[in-house]
Design a protein around this ligand. Structure first.
Ligand SMILES: Nc1ncnc2c1ncn2[C@@H]1O[C@H](COP(=O)(O)OP(=O)(O)O)[C@@H](O)[C@H]1O
Ligand SMILES: [Mg+2]
Length: 321
C-alpha cells in the first residue's frame, strides 16, 4: 500500500499548498506516481497547477462517486482530486454520517495501491475534512513559518495529531517555510524549533517571490524558475522526503550507484528537472566526517550531509534569483 501524507497546520497562509504542489511535482519528476488531494474549499491546488477539473472531491465524499472517476491528470505521474467552493456545503452532509471521520479514508481504499504516495493539502482550521485527512494519513508533514506564534500553534497541532492518531508516530517532518535568514527572529525561531523537535525539522524553505509568482501562473517552481532558491529548497525537500519515507523504493534510497543516474520517466517527457537519488559520495562531510550525499536539481548539484545538515550547492550555469 502506498503512503498517504497529510500536509497540515492550523494556520492558513503559511505555505501548505506551495509545499504540497512543489513536493508532489518533484516526487513525480523523480518517477513516483503521485495523487494530490485538496480538502480545502478554496480550491487552490487546481489553480496552482493550472488545472481546470471537470469533477471534484465533493462528488466523492457526498455523492459517493468513485475517486478514479473524479481525478484530473495534472502532469505526467501527477494526478489531482481537486476541490472547489462546493466543498463548504459538504461538511454538514458528511458530519451527519455515522462514519463521518473516515469517509475519505474509505473512499481512497480502491486507489491506494495505484500510487506510490497520496498527498493531502489540508485547510487552515480544524474541520471535519481535516480530521478525515488526518485519519486517512499514514504520515503527517507540518509546514510552519518561523514567527513568534508558530511554536505555540505547532504545540496545539501536535496535541491534535496525538488525539486523532493515538500518538505522534505519524509525524514525519516539520518544514520551516518563508524562512528569512536576514531576520534575527527567523534564525532564533528556527533554532528553537530544532532544539524542541530535533531531527523532525528539515532544512528551511527560504522566502522567495518566485514561489508566489509560479502559483499565480499555474506552474510548479521547477517549470517557472528552476534556478530559483525556491526550486533548490523544494528539490532538497523532495530528496529528504523520498529518503525518509522510501518513496519510489530503491530509487529513493542512497545507493553506491554513480551520481546523477538516470531516473525512470515517461518516454515522451522532457528530461526531469529533479534528478539524482541522493547518491552516496566518497567525499566526507567537512563538519562531521560522515559520507556526503548528492542530488541534482535543475542544473544544480546539491551536496549534503544527512547527519549534521551540512549543505553545499554548485550552480552548473547561469545566475541565482
Ligand atoms: N517560501 C515562500 N516565499 C514567498 N512566498 C511564499 C512562500 N511560500 C508560500 N508563499 C506564498 O504565500 C502565500 C500563502 O501560501 P500558501 O501555500 O497558499 O499557504 P497555505 O496553503 O498555508 O494557506 C501564497 O501567496 C504563496 O505563493
Ligand atoms: Mg492552502
Amino acid at each position: 500500500m502506498g503512503r498517504i501524507i497529510a500536509v497540515t497546520n492550523l494556520k492558513g497562509g503559511i505555505g501548505k499548498t506551495t509545499t504540497v504542489v512543489n513536493l508532489s511535482a518533484g516526487l513525480a519528476l523523480r518517477g513516483a506516481h503521485v495523487l494530490l488531494i485538496d480538502v480545502d474549499a478554496q480550491g487552490n491546488l487546481a489553480m496552482a497547477l493550472g488545472v481546470k477539473p471537470r469533477r471534484t472531491i465533493y462528488e466523492v465524499l457526498v455523492d459517493g462517486a468513485a475517486v478514479v472517476d473524479c481525478i484530473s491528470s495534472a502532469r505526467p505521474n501527477l494526478d489531482l482530486l481537486a476541490a472547489d467552493a462546493s466543498l463548504l456545503t459538504a461538511q454538514p452532509e458528511i458530519a451527519r454520517r455515522p462514519d463521518w471521520a473516515r469517509v475519505l479514508e474509505k473512499a481512497l481504499l480502491p486507489v491506494r495501491s495505484r500510487y506510490d504516495v497520496i498527498i493531502i493539502d489540508c485547510g487552515g482550521s480544524l474541520t471535519v475534512l481535516n480530521l478525515n485527512a488526518l485519519n486517512a494519513a499514514t504520515d503527517v508533514l507540518v509546514p510552519t513559518t518561523t514567527e513568534p506564534f508558530s511554536l505555540k500553534g505547532l504545540e496545539m497541532l501536535i496535541q491534535q495529531i496525538r488525539q486523532v492518531k493515538g500518538g505522534t508516530g505519524a509525524l514525519r517532518a516539520i518544514v520551516p517555510t518563508m524562512y528569512d535568514a536576514r531576520t534575527r527572529q527567523s534564525v532564533e525561531l528556527l533554532e528553537s524549533l530544532r532544539v524542541r523537535y530535533g531531527d523532525l525539522v528539515l532544512p528551511p524553505i527560504r522566502v522567495n517571490v518566485r514561489l508566489s509568482e509560479c502559483s499565480a501562473q499555474g506552474q510548479t517552481i521547477y517549470e517557472y524558475d528552476p534556478r530559483s532558491r525556491g526550486a533548490i529548497d523544494y528539490a532538497q525537500l523532495v530528496e529528504q522526503m523520498s529518503e525518509r519515507m522510501s518513496i519510489g523504493s530503491a530509487a529513493a534510497r542512497p545507493s553506491p550507484a554513480p551520481p546523477q543516474a538516470a531516473q525512470p520517466r515517461p518516454a515522451s517527457a522532457e528530461p526531469p528537472l529533479v534528478t539524482g537519488a541522493g547518491s552516496m559520495l566518497s567525499a566526507s562531510c567537512p563538519n562531521c566526517g560522515r559520507p556526503l550525499q548528492r542530488a541534482t536539481v535543475a542544473s544544480y548539484r546539491v551536496t549534503y550531509c544527512d547527519h549534521c545538515k551540512y549543505r553545499h550547492q554548485d550552480l552548473a550555469a547561469g545566475g541565482r534569483r
